[in-house]
Design a protein around this ligand. Structure first.
Ligand SMILES: [Mg+2]
Length: 451
């Protein structure tokens, strides 16, 4: 008897669930067609509110390079610190204190030291920054399965539904994520949360200036956020496009989403329209967990001393070739174009590139193409300041047609490259002195200039 009763209860609830589903769908379609008829511009906004209540976060590390240096050396806390691109380079990251002193971004180091002698200048140490970035991303992956690493110091995280899982509202969740990252890696972050990636980016930019470093733009906050955002601050609108939009009377992100679809599509195409939907709270671009292959990979650094010695330049080039190959293999991709850049003492640039017969990711093969280009660009009468390598036409190694190019020696090269990467991961970069690099490359090119 009891079983029959529970079965009939179950069928009753199933019927109610089915009817409620039907009622909701009908109401949605009625409202949808009503909005279609009277106000097409708001259709997408309404659709977003009804269907996709997503919570996308952008986690952005604050002054990342400086924060890394402070995590490695706590004595730097509270002091003006600038990270520079090298001993002959320029300022690439500033602490809050350095910004307050008025040190401009991109200021050449030799001028910065003269103009702002009270600041501490540290040469960038990208190996350590990469390791710290990986630790930050690991914390995020332990919280959500959907993490998209956008750059070394930024990641999109899909937090939808995690509020229930962790029994915290989204603000508490963001606070907890900040605390965990700070505790486990020493890096402070700002967090923006909203319905889409474009909105999360705007929210995180706003979060940087808030005491809490957290900005949540939900249903009600989106309009306010859009009104506060000028067109040149919108993610995806380049410097060239912003003046054009201003010329058309669009000053804020809010003005942009108010324009109708046809108007936007005629002027800015499908991408412009997608941006409108994203800014209106409709998820167009999902948080993707896959690795994206970059368009090109390059590496270059100024010589310690200006030189016209071809062997010295070749040696420097080989160090850069090794660096780009390491990156290629990390992205699991190969290149189809190899380019070499030579910069003279007086900043003239000579560049040439050539297509490879088949996709490459191995130092010795790439150097066989790069060296003839270098020799062709090189003039013994000219003094040079730097050499660099650029790899283009990158494609994923997994897309490569198996068997077509591969032979036994390819496999040997692959194994050698893998062993090289493993050794370096364990003992530090450039630990293995290959035949072509007779120069000792210190694992950290460190220097610190203190007041
Ligand atoms: Mg940042």
């Amino acid at each position: 008897m009891g079983k029959i009763k529970s079965d009939s209860n179950e069928s009753f609830f199933l019927c109610v669930k089915f009817l409620l589903g039907k009622i909701f769908t009908t109401v949605y379609y009625v409202v949808q067609s009503w909005y279609n008829m009277i106000n097409k511009e708001n259709y997408w906004t309404l659709r977003g509110y009804l269907l996709e209540q997503k919570y996308i976060a952008l986690i952005d590390c604050d002054s990342f390079f400086v924060s890394c240096e402070r995590a490695l050396n706590p004595d730097l806390q509270g002091k003006p610190v600038c990270v520079t691109s090298g001993e002959r380079g320029c300022v690439i990251a500033r602490s809050k204190e350095a910004k307050e002193m008025g040190i401009p971004m991109g200021h050449p180091l030799f001028m910065a030291v003269k103009d702002y002698p009270d600041c501490i200048y540290i040469s960038a140490n990208h190996v350590d920054y990469g390791k710290i970035s990986n630790s930050v991303m690991s914390v995020l992956r332990s919280i959500s399965p959907t993490v998209e690493v956008y750059s070394i110091d930024e990641a999109f995280v899909d937090l939808t539904g995690l509020s229930k899982l962790y029994k915290k509202n989204y603000y508490q969740l963001a606070t907890w994520i900040r605390e965990r990252i700070l505790e486990e890696t020493g890096i402070p972050v700002s967090i923006g949360i909203s319905r889409t990636k474009s909105l999360a980016k705007l929210a995180s930019d706003k979060a940087k200036n808030l005491d809490s470093h957290i900005c949540i733009a939900g249903k009600c906050g989106i309009t306010k956020l859009l009104r506060q955002t000028s067109v040149d601050e919108i993610w995806g609108i380049g410097r060239k496009l912003a003046p054009k939009l201003r010329g058309l009377g669009i000053k804020t992100a809010y003005d942009y989403v108010q324009k109708n679809d046809v108007w936007i599509k005629n002027r800015f195409g499908k991408t412009g329209l997608e941006l409108k939907y994203e800014l209106s709270g409709n998820l167009i671009s999902k948080v993707s967990t896959g690795k994206t292959v970059p368009k090109s990979i390059s590496d270059s650094k100024a010589f310690e001393e200006f030189s016209n010695d071809l062997n010295y330049i070749k040696n420097e080039l080989m160090v850069h070739i090794h660096a780009v190959c390491r990156k290629l293999r990390r992205y699991d991709c190969k290149c189809g174009v190899v380019g070499v850049m030579l910069r003279t003492k007086d900043f003239r640039v000579y560049f040439n590139k050539t297509n490879t017969e088949h996709p490459l990711d191995f130092e010795f093969e790439i150097s066989q193409i790069a060296f003839p280009i270098l020799e062709q660009l090189y003039n013994p009468k000219i003094i040079y300041r730097s050499v660099g390598i650029v790899l283009e036409d990158l494609s994923s190694s997994s897309n490569e047609q198996l068997g077509l190019f591969k032979n036994e020696s390819d496999e040997k090269k692959e194994n050698l490259a893998k062993s090289l990467d493993k050794l370096e991961a364990k003992f530090g970069r450039n630990i293995v002195q290959t035949g072509f690099t007779n120069k000792f490359v210190p694992p950290k090119q460190d220097f610190v200039i203190k007041p």
